[in-house]
Design a protein around this ligand. Structure first.
Ligand code: CA
Length: 665
């Protein structure tokens, strides 16, 4: 993008602070790019080297402080410019434990203190960066931490959770409620003895925990741990440091880092991989934020009239297509993998990023470990300032191998549209959503039997492979499933609502896409009907774990579905060609029923021929099957793969209202 005005900037020599000559940048593309390492703080006990990429600065100074907030600088050092836009200075002596901030002068304005673009350790509220010996933050046993095995993306079962939702309720029985450390505590339970915390995750059987924003965000005041404060955290401040309010001490820079690592290590020991929700598409604030304080304008997109673009709906939109923003994102995800052993990333509003950047991220992570999973929201909140065919939107996922996107089609076909909470869909017994359900069952890949009936809305096939397709019915956004069912089916008795919750999870967990569960849906958590609970109090967002006591049958059902999926490769073929070969939709008279068969021992499954029926009607339905002896493993809201639930002979089978049936022979 061209700038609307020319920036007249000084070109400084590496040897001194005197402007050598004037240099004109006609566009952001002309800004110099860092050639070597992009490290802002390189610590050793003898000296610490500081650097900052600030190509448009006239002067840059580094201030060293004793505290993370307040007080006067102990020392202020002038930094020297280099040819690639990097300003550097070395502070002699052991600086470990000190805090620092940069201040950048652009034109005639000192922009104000910033911890920089690349702080790896910060003080309270992330206002100042900290000098830290990162090796000293490793918990004991960290060198032996390994990723749990993952042979194929098709084997993934995702569980999306917020730290505070997950453990803040007293019924969690957790000591470090709402903290990273909550996920390190074993043996926790509800008053009635139901496993909670990490034991709950193990019992459920998920393979990946997807953590809502856990990098440093700005909406929770870390100086007030005594106050209950809640935010999802989609307001990034320091991208490369864990959030302080999830640590037990936000003032001591090493604490949040060590506790994040302890959490990852505990999850890995439990056989669970860790996905981070990353929000590179916007920053919490623009002016006053670290990007703008360092290189004004560069990291954001602008509209034709020069104002900030806002496809995030949050006030700005970052510019992934620019060399140093792209590098920032690539280096940031690599850093979380290498320093924190993170196993996957969920990109918030991924559709704002350009495809080239997402491919560069995939390539960089492949070099480290190709089993690291990447998925994102294949949309934006507004129209990004780049051509649609260059963006990492859902419809372009086919051009981004190894990157997945959420299927709003499957979600909406199950529960109803985003824009109208009161409107239900398949689960609520509304006609016309069967094609969307079949689309979701097939994992979004092209399938000859999806979309040929002429009476349903037909989604576009956008996934080349089913592992690029996230199957879900609810997530942290919008109403959770229990609330949605309650609102779309007013007056329906609780046991019928629970039956529909089971039916919904059956669709998600028998889909060929990658299943995704919103934390607490497995025990029928609710959010008091709040649609956008991003800053709602604990009374709305906390999961009351006594629900696991009340709804143990639902928990057993969902964990049973996960166990079935793990044991039977037919449900996770992971390959579009195999899906077209083995997945057959069965004819059904009327609406609100979808039936399918996985035939021919798909994926080498021990079950040679499987039939699944999803009946969302309020009456039972009879389905025709090939003549034979069928063993039932799931019916009437119960699932038992090991012992089965009886045998049916003949060529038809009855499926109760609002329930799923799974049989095999
Ligand atoms: Ca914070």
């Amino acid at each position: 993008m061209k700038l609307n005005r020319l920036l007249i900037l000084p070109m400084l020599t590496a040897m001194g602070c005197q402007p050598a000559q004037q240099r004109v940048y006609h566009s952001y593309d002309e800004y110099p790019v860092v050639k070597g390492d992009w490290e802002e703080m390189d610590y050793s006990p003898r000296a610490t080297r500081f650097s900052l990429w600030a190509p448009t600065a006239k002067e840059v100074c580094l201030k060293l402080y004793a505290e993370g907030q307040g007080g006067e600088p102990l020392q202020t050092l002038s930094m020297r410019p280099g040819e690639d836009g990097l300003w550097t200075v070395t502070a002699d002596g052991d600086q470990n434990g000190r805090f620092y901030a940069f201040n950048v002068k652009v034109d005639s304005t000192w922009m104000g203190d910033t911890p920089g673009l690349w702080a790896k350790a910060v003080g309270v509220n992330g206002d100042r960066a900290a000098v830290l010996d990162m090796d000293a933050t490793d918990p004991e046993g960290w060198d032996k931490d390994v990723r749990p095995q993952l042979e194929d993306f098709a084997n993934i079962v995702l569980y999306e959770m917020h730290h505070r939702d997950f453990s803040i309720h007293p019924s969690s029985g957790v000591e470090h409620r709402g903290k990273f450390l909550a996920l390190t505590e074993e043996g926790t339970s509800t008053p009635g003895g139901q496993a909670t915390g990490i034991d709950h995750l193990k019992e459920l059987g998920v393979t990946h925990v997807h953590l809502l924003p856990s990098f440093d965000f700005s909406s929770v005041d870390e100086t007030r741990p005594d106050q209950p404060q809640y935010n999802w955290g989609y307001d990034p401040k320091n991208y490369n440091v864990p959030e302080g309010s999830y640590s037990t001490d936000a003032y001591t820079p090493a604490t949040r880092i060590r506790q994040f690592k302890q959490m990852v290590m505990a999850l890995h020991r439990a056989g669970i991989r860790v996905v981070m929700d990353v929000v590179y598409n916007h920053t919490a604030v623009t002016d006053g934020g670290n990007f703008q304080l360092t290189v004004p304008g560069y990291f954001y997109r602008h509209t034709q009239d020069g104002s900030l673009a806002n496809a995030s709906g949050c006030g700005n939109e970052t510019a992934s297509e620019r060399a140093m923003m792209r590098r920032f994102m690539v280096q940031s995800v690599k850093y979380w993998v290498e320093e924190y052993h993170v196993d996957g990333f969920r990109f918030d509003l991924m559709g704002i990023h350009d495809m080239a950047t997402m491919r560069a991220i995939r390539a960089a992570l492949d070099e480290i470990d190709p089993t690291i999973y990447i998925y994102g929201e294949g949309w934006a909140a507004g129209s990004p300032q780049l051509p649609a065919d260059s963006l990492a939107m859902k419809n372009n996922v086919g051009q981004m191998p190894g990157i997945a996107a959420f299927s709003d089609e499957f979600r909406d076909s199950l529960r109803g549209p985003f824009g109208n909470d009161a409107l239900g869909a398949f689960l609520a017994g509304r006609k016309g959503h069967e094609t969307g359900i079949r689309f979701g069952i097939a994992g979004g890949v092209e399938h000859p039997q999806v979309g040929r009936d002429g009476k349903n809305v037909m989604p576009k096939f956008w996934a080349n492979q089913p592992t690029q397709f996230i199957s879900y019915v609810s997530c942290h956004d919008d109403l959770c499933l229990a609330d949605r069912l309650k609102i779309t089916l007013p007056g329906l008795p609780a046991d019928h609502l629970k039956a529909l919750q089971k039916l919904a999870e059956t669709a998600v967990l028998t889909s060929q896409g990658v299943p995704f569960i919103f934390a607490g849906d497995e025990v029928m958590r609710d959010k008091c009907g709040v649609h956008n609970s991003y800053n709602s109090p604990d009374e709305v967002n906390a999961i009351d774990w006594t629900l696991k006591e009340t709804n143990r049958d639902l928990f057993d059902y969902v964990s049973g579905l996960i166990a079935m999926r793990k044991a039977h490769p037919a449900f996770r073929l992971g390959d579009a060609r195999l899906i077209r070969q083995h997945l057959e939709f069965l004819p059904v008279e009327g609406d609100n029923v979808v039936a399918f068969r996985l035939n021919g021992q798909p994926g080498g499954d021990s079950w040679k021929d499987i039939t699944v029926v999803l009946n969302a009607r309020d009456t039972s339905v009879t389905i025709k099957l090939p003549e034979g002896e069928w063993r039932t493993v799931c019916r009437d809201g119960r699932i038992d793969c090991r012992n089965g639930l009886g045998v049916t002979k003949g060529n038809c089978i009855q499926v109760a209202a609002r329930s799923a049936l799974i049989v095999h022979r």
